[in-house]
Write a protein that binds this ligand. Sequence first.
Ligand code: NDP
Length: 283
Amino acid sequence: MNLIDGKAISAKCKGEIADEIKSLTAEGRRAPCLAVILVGNDPASQVYVRNKKRACEAVGITSLEYLLDENESEEKLLELIDFLNKDNNVDGILVQMPVPKQIDPDKVIEAISADKDVDAFHAYNVGKLFTGAPRFQPCTPAGVMRLLKEYNVEIKGKHCVVVGRSNIVGKPMGALLLAEDGTVTTCHSRTKNLAEITKQADILVAACGRAKMITADMVKDGAVLVDVGINRVGDKLLGDIDFDACAEKASLITPVPGGVGPMTIAILMQNTLTSYKMRFNLQ
Ligand code: NDP
């Protein structure tokens, strides 16, 4: 079977993290701690926050949850972030995106201390990533890299095509593939002749947020297909890749759900542990 099993690899990563936390806390230190802030009642965000809390519990990370009202002011949120920035018992701070319209997401991202920015969204950490010395890994793209590694996919010299150029997925994805010596092409909504480019991909990462946009005629035989997309269509979750048709051509393919999604959370746990180790000078 050519399926990349994100659930299994995520479980393996979390197992490794749990073991490391167990041995570090056995020496008498406190457990790592992640503070998660949710503003408002967006159902998808509530699910993401719940999943992060569960993952924390599973690996031995203390999770603090702050549920703020939909109408909470930007000022109050920034005050809370400032309080958590100063708390030495907190290693990671995450504000679940999107935030309601009265709050500027860019201000929120820059307000989180770069040392506790476990999403790796802060400009300092983005800069570190692009200069080749990342401290925190961008969660979703790093999750993709781990999947490729686990399945022994060679990146060096391969044509890697990323469809999507967002700050959270497309751009950092390209940076990580480039760092592994891939030849990277980034596509977006203004790209002309998209299919011509995707057809050249040895490794194709779809992160455009358009259900089933990548069709079988857009992929090369034997390509590795990674689907980051999560699109709610009716009661279904669909990826950006037309899975059934493309699976027949791919050498490896990630499903949705059960592919990239579970990896994002595993890397978040990893980043929280990294931050904790930085705080205790353990690396
Ligand atoms: P954004 O909406 O921020 O970015 C989408 C990107 O796709 C943009 O760069 C856009 O181009 C490009 N795009 C849109 N339409 C087309 C098109 N027709 N042809 C080519 N490119 C196109 O989304 P995100 O990057 O945040 O997320 C992408 C997908 O991944 C979403 O489905 C999201 O739900 C999912 N996701 C999944 C995660 C996981 O854990 N599995 C985590 C994060 C996101 P342009 O810049 O020109 O507008």
